[in-house]
Design a protein around this ligand. Structure first.
Ligand code: SF4
Ligand code: SF4
Length: 437
């Protein structure tokens, strides 16, 4: 007899499982076609292989997430996450890490090996900009698809939490419209959602000359980059903390908050990693500040003073920091080190925002320490490796340069101890000891 197990308020488990398995099967089949698309068989029909290797796995993943929506009550869904091979550095986790790392290496340095895969994107590329696809079109499209599909998962998993829903829609919107569609039409290599020092060359003299010469839009883009760096960044961080950028706008944050969400518990929470994080992220900021200054000095002296030194330094920076660190390690290591490896240890923009957040911001996570039962959920799921529990136990507001205001610590707290707030700058470092009395 076929018995159905019913949980109050839920769909029949059998229906839910069939839909999940079908989604998983479609996804697996699509990924198989994705691998086949590395071969010349794609010449048979690029459109067909685009459907089979891109649309099919997306449809499978969406079907799987929809099954989760139908088959469960709203609420925090992190059961067993630390026991699964995919999310606890098991075989599946390592396989995903090798796949992501491998894709980055191929796209950055061996695009010729992706030739057949790139060709299946030609029809889409011609539709958008009239040119055949190249490795950057492939990269941008896959990146945006990953953010959108995994964004749906994030919304399904967090549908009880308005903050998470709005925040996820925000990163999906900024990635799709401002970091993918608009740059594709403008085609001058600039994005409205990235600023110096994350995109270091946006404020280089060469960018100034290129953009200003290219007409009104170019002038506006240079003006936009300068205003966002020198005015909007400090002002918005003063009012809202670094979350306005890291968890609502930034493309790296968009990927971390969607594709990286299943791995947030893998971030290192030790004091040693905190020390390393501060040294590394601030060193990267210092290096790119010096390089930028040297390039401007050099430009003002018509390259007589430093010769090629500053430009060579920038090339090394672009290779080691922008490509190896932000790309290959930053995304490829999600399943091993959590989703914010780059944001914690390498991003110079995060360093700037962190300095403002720590010393001149209204943002803090307030703590009702008397309610804390020391379960440790908040620390476990902090993607930035912050030991939130230790603050809660002391009744001390969480004010950390690295906090991106994702709100997940507050969401997973079973006692409502933590609240993300913007308030007066004065007194935010004081202990809330009255809660502990
Ligand atoms: S402390 Fe909370 S809000 Fe800040 S990064 Fe960690 S989980 Fe997100
Ligand atoms: S999740 Fe809440 S109750 Fe648990 S340790 Fe953190 S603050 Fe305390």
């Amino acid at each position: 007899m076929n018995q159905e197990i019913l949980i109050p308020g839920d769909q029949p488990v059998s229906e839910n499982t069939v839909m999940k398995k079908s989604g998983l099967a479609l996804f697996s089949l699509g990924m198989l076609f994705f691998l086949i698309s590395f071969t010349s068989v794609t010449k048979f029909s690029p459109v067909l292989f685009f459907i089979l290797s891109i649309i099919l796995p997306c449809a499978g993943a969406l079907m799987f997430f929809t099954a989760q929506l139908k088959g469960s009550l709203p609420g925090v869904k992190k059961n067993n996450i630390q026991f699964l091979s995919a999310t606890n550095r098991g075989l599946i986790g390592w396989t995903v890490a090798v796949f992501l790392t491998g894709m980055y290496i191929l796209i950055y340095w061996f695009p010729e090996l992706l030739e057949n895969l790139i060709r299946i994107f030609d029809p889409l590329s011609y539709t958008f900009n009239g040119h055949p696809a190249n490795q950057w079109f492939l990269y941008g499209t896959l990146y945006t698809i990953a953010v959108l599909v995994m964004g749906v998962r994030m919304i399904v998993h967090n549908r009880h939490n308005k903050y998470q829903i709005i925040r996820t829609f925000s990163v999906m919107f900024f990635q799709l419209v401002l970091a993918y569609l608009i740059p594709m039409f403008i085609q001058n290599g600039f994005f409205f959602t990235y600023f110096w020092p994350l995109k270091q060359d946006y404020l280089f003299p060469s960018s100034y000359e290129y953009l200003v010469k290219s007409g009104g839009l170019g002038m506006f883009m240079f003006f936009w980059a300068a205003v966002m760096t020198f005015i909007a960044t400090p002002v918005l961080t003063y009012f809202y903390g670094k979350r306005w950028y890291c968890s609502w706008v930034c493309g790296c944050g968009a990927m971390a908050e969607t594709l990286g969400d299943p791995y947030r518990q893998n971030s290192d929470k030790s004091l040693t990693s905190w020390k390393i994080e501060r040294w590394m992220v601030n060193s990267v900021l210092l290096i790119i500040t010096v390089i930028t200054a040297l390039i401007w000095i050099d430009s003002a002296n018509k390259n007589f003073m430093l010769g090629e030194f500053a430009h060579t330094a920038n090339k090394w920076y672009a290779f080691f920091i922008s490509a190896m660190f932000a790309g290959v390690i930053g995304v490829g290591f999600y399943p091993l080190m959590g989703a914010r490896v780059w944001c914690r240890f390498g991003c110079p923009m995060a360093a700037v925002l962190g300095i403002f957040q720590k010393f001149f911001s209204r943002f803090r996570i307030t703590v009702n320490g008397g309610q804390c039962i020391s379960c440790g959920n908040c620390s476990t799921f902090c993607e930035m490796g912050i030991d939130v529990k230790s603050y809660a136990q002391r009744g001390q507001n969480v004010i950390r340069a690295s906090c991106v205001g994702c709100g997940v610590c507050s969401e997973v707290c079973p006692r409502g101890v933590l609240r993300l707030e913007n308030g007066p700058v004065e007194g935010r470092y004081e202990l809330n000891n009255e809660y502990l009395r």
